[in-house]
Design a protein around this ligand. Structure first.
Ligand code: TXA
Ligand code: MG
Length: 325
């Protein structure tokens, strides 16, 4: 393996490294992925060891377009084709019955497979040139905050990846919506930018949401604690947040704040109090970078104001809840 990774926009270099069984971090519209050739068991193993991820946690296969679905999945329902046509390339992952011969390393030994076409020009070109599937969990250490820039990937994974394909800041900032199409009724297993209502509308069918750990033990992002900074995160309504901040300040404790409100006068200006966007799309885009910045301060706690209990904030609330678990 190479010792110095390269942050680059050189697609051909990335493709050559994938063909050689190396790891290539790649940009998507959601978060950066840790890519490996999905047909190379040794390369797939390397993804698990590099992330420190348990081997029974399945990986998403990224492909260039929906035409490749039959290479990875069998008994593909009409709903899959409809969703693919409507949302790909885009932040939607489909869970289907896996095709015979697909490595159990990818699927964690399950009979289902997760697949998506990501929407980023560099990565789409890479996928097209590579002409195969690329497994890609988020390019962070297991359980930690996902990366939304090439610099985040370099900070987390350092020299363990051969190439980091630099596609700038991720436009969405939260992992894809995962919808399970292996049952009669589609079920969302992980919330993301594409909502149940949008899926229902396109399918003309009810889409339910079930992201609880007990029903999706094999969906690692559904574990109670995930997406977490090293620093403790506390998710609080504003009045509780303010009370906690005042108390911590009185006790001379080091802390920082992410709130929809501006810093009140009672809070010392030395405290890092970040006022966040009230627009969920903008909030999502900056969330992981913000959490990383707060984490770097090495304080004892990050106080985060709980976002509204509203469908537009569902995926954000999900990630914050797990980050604070
Ligand atoms: O937006 C995304 O989906 C990003 C980018 C890089 O594409 N990828 C991502 O991968 O978030 P990862 O590995 O961090 O999360 C993939 C999720 C995990 O929770 C995994 O357990 C679940 O997908 N998953 C994968 N295959 C599955 C399957 N066959 N059945 C159920 N869940 C599956
Ligand atoms: Mg992840």
């Amino acid at each position: 393996m190479q010792n110095n990774n390269q942050i680059t926009t050189n697609i051909e270099l990335a493709v050559r490294q994938l063909q050689a069984g190396e790891l290539v971090a790649f940009p998507t519209e959601t978060v950066y992925g840790l890519g490996a050739d999905a047909s190379n068991p040794v390369a797939i193993q390397r993804v698990f060891t590099t992330k420190g991820r348990p081997v029974d946690h399945p990986l998403i296969v990224h492909v260039a377009n929906a035409k490749q679905l039959p290479s990875w999945a069998r008994n593909i329902p009409d709903s899959a084709w409809i969703l693919a046509k409507h949302f790909w390339p885009g932040p939607l992952t489909l869970i289907l019955h896996k095709q015979v011969g697909v490595s159990p390393l990818i699927t964690g030994g399950q009979d289902t497979i997760a697949i998506r076409v990501p929407n980023h020009p560099l990565t789409l070109q890479m996928l097209q040139n590579f002409a195969g599937g690329i497994v890609g969990p988020s390019a962070n250490k297991y359980g930690r905050v996902s990366p939304t820039t090439a610099a985040h990937v370099a900070a987390d994974l350092g020299n363990t990846v051969a190439v980091i394909l630099d596609g700038g800041e991720c436009a969405v900032g939260l992992e894809s919506t995962i919808v399970d199409l292996t049952d009669k009724e589609p079920v969302i297993r992980r919330s993301g930018a594409i909502t149940a209502a949008e899926l229902s509308k396109v399918l003309g069918q009810q889409v339910s949401i079930n992201t609880t750990a007990s029903t999706t033990v094999r969906t690692s992002g559904s574990h109670e604690s995930h997406y977490a900074p090293v620093t403790t995160v506390r998710l609080l309504e504003y009045p509780e947040l303010l009370a906690a901040a005042l108390l911590l300040q009185q006790q001379d404790k080091q802390f920082s704040v992410l709130s929809f409100e501006a810093r009140p006068d009672a809070i010392n200006s030395k405290i890092y109090w970040q006022q966040t966007s009230v627009d969920p799309k903008q909030y999502a885009r900056g969330l992981y970078a913000n959490l990383r910045a707060h984490d770097m301060l090495n304080n004892s706690v990050i106080l985060v104001e709980r976002p509204p209990q509203d469908i537009a904030w569902l995926a954000i609330l999900d990630r914050l809840t797990r980050a604070s678990a």
